[in-house]
Design a protein around this ligand. Structure first.
Ligand SMILES: Cc1cc2nc3c(=O)[nH]c(=O)nc-3n(C[C@H](O)[C@H](O)[C@H](O)COP(=O)(O)O)c2cc1C
Length: 280
């Protein structure tokens, strides 16, 4: 990391994490990000579900939820970019604060809850997308009466501007969303999404993003259902609910004392380094 990058990171770490996240997106839009084309070579080039990726390292969903920085992200070197999650209607997500840094653990806790501007606004931005491999993370509204139908609706609305779509039933921050990973619910949901996909003029590769907290038996069920539905690939994984291995004392104290206010505020999922041993 250059001295300037170190300074920038130190400055970002002094401000509220979600404000820092927003500033990073603004800086990208202002042209302050890296400028180049995706890194590639014969060894890095990767084919997944018919998609030719210049390299296998992509930007996961959640960084650019509203597809506001696509032009800049296309120049950062990633092999693909996944935006979203997008839901049919705009929604605020959970109240702030809802993102915490665990610097010592090189991790973060988030409980955003699918905050996004909704599929109409996001589709408008995707329509002006740059070249490259761009996918959308599909979500459901928190207050939806038919969550399974929400996934199909977002796919149908945005598909013309996408290279792939990901069915996200694994976010821990929307109550009961993970229940859709159960065999019967998942089977019905995927049937709806795949029927919507088949009805498109240009059907897309559809991926299924799963939680890292599934048991072996649940993973087998999910794999069987995904295979039956002819999903193109599994995205492993979303964030975890586990707190194992954390050393940050504020988090371990909070994990130990679930009755505290801090405990309620920081319920959510964490990711980055602590997730690696679970996903391997
Ligand atoms: C702030 C934040 C927001 C996220 N939002 C989404 C989301 O909307 N949809 C989704 O499928 N995953 C979301 N994720 C999960 C990431 O896409 C990724 O799967 C997860 O962070 C694990 O990868 P990592 O260990 O590289 O961070 C989010 C993660 C973070 C930290």
């Amino acid at each position: 990391m250059s001295a300037l990058e170190k300074l920038g990171l130190a400055a970002l770490h002094r401000i509220d994490p979600e404000t820092g996240h927003g500033l990073a997106l603004k800086a990208l839009k202002a042209g302050l990000g890296p400028k180049g084309s995706p890194v590639t070579s014969a060894r890095l080039a990767t084919r997944v579900a018919g998609l030719d990726l210049p390299n296998p390292v992509g930007l996961a969903a959640g960084f650019d939820k509203n597809a506001v920085a696509l032009d800049a992200l296309a120049q950062t070197g990633f092999g693909f970019v996944e935006v979203g999650a997008a839901t049919p209607r705009p929604q605020e997500g959970n109240p702030r604060p809802r993102l915490w840094r665990l610097t010592q653990d090189r991790a973060a806790i988030n409980r955003f809850g699918f905050n996004n501007e909704g599929m109409e606004t996001i589709a408008g931005r995707l329509a002006r997308r740059p070249a490259g491999i761009i996918g959308l993370n599909l979500g459901a509204n928190k207050d939806s009466e038919d969550r399974a139908a929400d996934f199909a609706a977002v796919l149908t609305r945005c598909a013309a501007h996408l290279d792939f779509a990901t069915v996200n039933v694994s976010s821990p921050n929307t109550e009961k969303l993970r229940d859709l990973q159960g065999r019967a619910a998942l089977s019905a949901l995927l049937a709806g999404v795949m029927a919507a996909n088949a009805a498109l003029p240009r059907p897309l590769p559809v991926f299924l993003k799963i939680a890292p907290d599934l048991s072996e038996a649940e993973i087998e069920d999910v794999a069987r259902v995904a295979e039956e539905a002819r999903v193109s690939a599994i995205v492993a994984t979303n964030t975890t609910l586990s707190r194992d291995g954390l050393t940050d004392s504020s988090v371990t104290t909070w994990a130990a004392s679930r009755a505290s206010r801090c405990s309620r505020d920081r319920r959510g999922c964490w990711h980055v380094c602590p997730l690696s041993p679970i996903c391997r």
